[in-house]
Write a protein that binds this ligand. Structure first.
Ligand SMILES: C[S@@+](CC[C@H](N)C(=O)[O-])C[C@H]1O[C@@H](n2cnc3c(N)ncnc32)[C@H](O)[C@@H]1O
Length: 398
């Protein structure tokens, strides 16, 4: 049992995406949005009967969008007392999560010194790992390199506008695994570009499922396919380009080099979404697809803001492709609750971003879920200074 612990999850760089992802993943464990306290923009708290240590960890391991999770401390003194009794050297760190102030560096240094003094008084040797001046939160590399979570603890100070609470970090995101999948997979399409695996993982999680059959009809190098397989789905991956089909198969074999996804089934095949033949459609219909998650072709890459006229041209081509896709999906996904998670691009023009509305594409058989999670704001992702912004939509077959 959780002994009524309160767990915290810290969002990465796109808090609304992280929050939505957490809501979706928790829904698989019967926990709904109302049970999640958005303590600050980046910090989410969960206290719920039956939300055990092991579920809290499994949830964290599934998330692409949260960088840290931990448990709130009832009482800082008794928490520290436990460590003051240790025989071996203790390594500890302190991080302030969200709402940091200018004077916090001094505060962290002072608190670290006081804790060190406590260790000294108890004849326990200790080492304090100080965060950087410009970022008062230790990053995953600092935490791992210093063995903070194995040889001691990270004390986290969670802040919002009015409150400050203490927590202990239980785990930080394994950024190396994500980086490996991003950089080391054998096939990548540099011209088309690839999604960052963390974003692909979030999109997979936006389906609020972790099993069944997931199809990416614009698979490219298969970033979504890989994250879906790791999340527990069986996968269909298709693309107009044969190179991508061959590449995604290579990437899946690479992912499974240590048997990580043994037992998962997958199939990759060539398919032009605008010219799908009847045989293929009827095969797909018989497949019982549970979710479609994709980043369709979004037009050629752009380096500089484009003219409104070019944006209109590109968007109209892209929109046409999406129309084909939705005509097909209307036919293929016919059961209530089947999910589509899809990216629609916005282009940066000299007079702001331009896009097209998802409502123009979907029939009333689709319920748009975005505003259930984040009201009045879109779910957006973009690289710094990028001309193309990705708008993510979560649709449920009603
Ligand atoms: C933006 S890329 C997807 C990248 C992918 N998410 C990844 O991370 O590697 C879009 C893909 O759509 C494919 N594509 C373009 N037109 C298509 C069509 N009519 N039918 C199917 N695939 C198409 C392209 O070959 C390209 O691989």
């Amino acid at each position: 049992m959780s002994d009524n612990k309160t767990f915290f999850y810290e969002a990465g760089s796109f808090p609304d995406l992280s929050y939505t992802e957490l809501c979706c993943v928790l829904s698989c464990y019967g926990i709904n949005k109302e049970d999640i306290n958005r303590f600050s923009n980046k910090l989410f708290l969960i206290r719920k009967e039956n939300f055990t240590d092991s579920i809290a960890k499994t949830v964290f391991d599934r998330l692409g969008g949260c960088v840290r999770y931990g448990v709130l401390l009832e009482d800082l003194d008794s928490f520290l007392d436990k460590y003051f009794q240790k025989e071996e050297k203790v390594v500890f760190g302190i991080s302030i999560l969200d709402h940091t102030k200018k004077e916090d560096y001094k505060f962290v240094k002072k608190l670290g010194r006081q804790i060190k003094d406590g260790f000294k008084e108890n004849n326990v040797s200790s080492r304090f790992v100080l965060p950087m001046k410009n970022n008062l939160s230790l990053n995953a590399a600092q935490i791992d390199k210093n063995n903070i979570l194995t040889k001691g603890f990270e004390l986290t100070i969670l802040r919002n506008n009015t409150q400050e609470i203490y927590g202990q970090t239980l785990k930080v995101q394994n950024i190396e695994e994500y980086a490996e999948r991003d950089m080391d997979k054998p096939f990548t399409d540099v011209v088309m570009g690839t999604l960052p695996p963390k974003l692909a993982r979030m999109m997979v999680n936006f389906t609020s499922r972790n099993k069944g059959i997931l199809w990416d009809p614009f698979c490219g190098s298969g970033t979504i396919a890989l994250e879906a397989l790791l999340s527990g789905f069986d996968v269909l991956a298709s693309d107009i380009d044969y190179k991508a089909v061959k590449g995604v198969k290579e990437n899946i074999s690479w992912l499974n080099r240590d048997g990580l996804i043994d037992g998962r089934e997958y199939n990759a095949f060539q398919m032009d979404i605008t010219k799908a033949n009847k045989g293929l459609i009827s095969k797909l219909k018989k497949t019982n697809i549970d979710a479609v998650v994709c980043e369709p072709f979004m037009g050629p890459p752009q380096k500089h803001p484009i003219s409104e006229q070019l944006a209109d041209e590109l968007l109209s081509n892209v929109e046409n492709l999406y129309k084909h896709l939705f005509t097909l999906l209307d036919d293929l996904l016919s059961k209530r609750g089947e999910m589509v998670v899809i990216i629609i691009p916005s282009y940066q023009t000299k007079s702001g971003f331009k896009t097209f509305s998802i409502n123009k594409l979907i029939t009333n058989r689709w319920k748009l879920r975005n505003s259930y999670y984040v009201r009045d704001r879109g779910l957006k992702w973009s690289r710094k200074n990028s001309i193309i912004q990705r708008n993510i939509y979560i649709l449920e077959r009603s």
